[in-house]
Design a protein around this ligand. Structure first.
Ligand code: PMV
Length: 306
C-alpha cells in the first residue's frame, strides 16, 4: 500500500566493460548504495525533481519517467527520488534511477515487479538516457546480484547467469577526476574498432575470456584468481585506450595498499571510478580518506558477517 518504495542499486563491472557492448560476457555486481524512489497517490502522474537541476536534465528525466509511467500502466502518483550514488562516475546511477522508478511504478500499479519485469521496463528509461547501452547496468541493478551478463546481438537485453560466491567479495571503490560521457568513450572506441577490426576484436575476445574465468574463480572462492583477472583486464583496457594517468595512478595505489586486483570500472577515460578487490578493505579506505580521496567499500556478494 501507499507510499510505495522502490530501490535500484548502483553497480560495478568487475570484468568486461566495453567488450560487453560487442557481445562478450561481463562480470558485474551490485553496490549497497543506490537510488530510492517513493510514490504517493496524486492528482496526476509526475516525477518531483529538485530545483537545483538544470533544464536539459529536468526535461530528459521527465520524458523518460513519463514513458515508463505509461508502460507500467501507473495510477496517478507523485514520485520522489533520493540518490546515494555519485552521478556520472561509472557506478550506474542512471540504471539505478531507471530501476528504482520502474520498480515503484510497477508496485503502485499492482503489477509484476520481479527483477526480470523491472529490467525489461527500466530498459525503456535507460534508452532515453543512453541510446543503446549493452544492458549490463540496469540488469545488474534490477537483479541486485553478482552476475555474468552477455548481450544479445544489437539489443540492450541478454543472458544472465546469477553467481554464488562462497567468500565475501569486498570491493573498495575510489573516485578520481572528472569523467567524459560514456557515450563519447564508447563512440571513440567504436571508430578505432571499425578502422582496425581484427586487432580490436582480438582484445575484446580476450577480455570476454577473462570475464568467464573470473566468474569461475568467484564460484570456486578463488579471490586471488579473480584479482589477477582484474589486473590483466586493466592492462587490456589500457591497450584499448580507455585508461588515463589519474586512473592508472589510483590503480597502482590500490595495489600498493594490498588489493588482490585493481582496475578502472565503467567507461574509463579521463576519470571515473577505480575498484580494488580486498580481503579487508577497511585499513585501505581509512588511509585513502585521510589523503582526501573520495572512496567507500561495498560487499558485492558472498556470506555477510552478522
Ligand atoms: O555506465 P558506465 O559508465 O559504467 O559504462 C557502462 C559500461 C560500458 O560497457 C562502457 C557501456 C555499456 O553499454 O555496457
Amino acid at each position: 500500500a501507499a507510499p510505495w518504495v522502490g530501490f535500484g542499486s548502483g553497480k560495478v563491472i568487475l570484468l568486461g566493460e566495453h567488450s560487453v557492448v560487442y557481445g562478450h560476457p561481463a562480470l558485474a555486481g551490485p553496490l549497497s548504495y543506490g537510488v530510492t524512489a517513493r510514490a504517493v497517490p496524486a492528482k496526476r502522474c509526475y516525477l518531483s525533481l529538485p530545483g537545483t537541476l538544470g533544464r536539459a536534465q529536468r526535461n530528459l528525466l521527465t520524458q523518460a519517467f513519463q514513458r515508463a509511467a505509461v508502460l507500467c500502466g501507473s495510477p496517478p502518483v507523485k514520485v520522489t527520488l533520493e540518490s546515494e550514488l555519485p552521478l556520472s562516475m561509472g557506478l550506474g546511477s542512471s540504471g539505478a534511477l531507471a530501476v528504482a522508478s520502474t520498480r515503484v511504478l510497477l508496485k503502485a500499479s499492482g503489477r509484476d515487479d520481479s527483477p526480470e519485469a523491472v529490467a525489461r521496463l527500466a530498459l525503456e528509461m535507460e534508452q532515453e538516457f543512453h541510446g543503446t547501452p549493452s544492458g549490463v547496468d540496469h540488469t545488474t541493478s534490477a537483479q541486485q546480484k553478482l552476475l555474468l551478463y552477455k548481450r544479445t546481438a544489437g539489443q540492450s537485453t541478454g543472458k544472465v547467469r546469477i553467481l554464488k560466491s562462497p567468500r565475501p567479495l569486498k570491493m573498495l571503490v575510489a573516485l578520481v577526476g572528472d569523467r567524459s560521457p560514456t557515450k563519447h568513450t564508447v563512440a571513440a572506441l567504436r571508430a578505432r574498432q571499425a578502422r582496425w577490426p581484427e586487432r580490436y576484436t582480438r582484445l575484446f575476445k580476450q577480455i570476454g575470456t577473462l570475464a568467464s574465468e573470473g566468474a569461475k574463480a568467484v564460484e570456486q572462492g578463488d579471490l586471488e584468481a579473480l584479482g589477477d583477472a582484474m589486473n590483466v583486464n586493466q592492462g587490456l583496457l589500457a591497450a584499448l585506450g580507455l585508461s588515463s594517468p589519474p586512473l592508472e595512478e589510483m590503480v597502482y595505489r590500490l595495489r600498493g595498499l594490498g588489493a588482490l586486483g585493481a582496475k578502472l570500472t565503467g567507461a574509463g577515460g579521463d576519470g571515473g571510478a577505480v575498484i580494488g578487490l580486498f580481503l579487508e578493505p577497511e585499513p585501505a579506505v581509512a588511509k585513502l580518506l585521510e589523503l582526501g580521496v573520495r572512496c567507500f567499500t561495498s560487499q558485492l556478494a558472498g556470506p555477510r558477517a552478522l
